[in-house]
Design a protein around this ligand. Structure first.
Ligand code: SF4
Ligand code: SF4
Length: 84
């Protein structure tokens, strides 16, 4: 089974645990500016948005630590290889 990232920004509480985890995984410190996922707050709506950079490795560690379910993984069936 493969894992797929599911994103639900409406559940995001803005804790930035995802971005901090990403930055310490791929960098040398906890640094929100170096994370491959950014959490942005829309002050007018009071909602957060979740944006992944093109440098994201797709490891899904950010989803493993998200406490709210805004980022989570689901198991999906492996795609059949060509010719099968
Ligand atoms: S999937 Fe991995 S590389 Fe991409 S933002 Fe999440 S922790 Fe960072
Ligand atoms: S996506 Fe999850 S871990 Fe990231 S800021 Fe939102 S609630 Fe926190």
């Amino acid at each position: 089974m493969a894992k797929e990232l599911v994103i639900n920004p409406q559940r995001c509480i803005g804790c930035t645990t995802c971005a901090l985890t990403c930055s310490i995984t791929y960098g040398e410190d906890f640094n929100l500016n170096r994370a491959f996922v950014q959490i942005l707050k829309d002050d007018r709506k009071g909602l957060f948005s979740i944006a992944f950079s093109s440098a994201c490795k797709g490891c899904k560690k950010c989803a493993e630590v998200c406490p709210s379910g805004a980022l989570r993984t689901i198991e999906v069936a492996d795609k059949p290889k060509e010719g099968q």
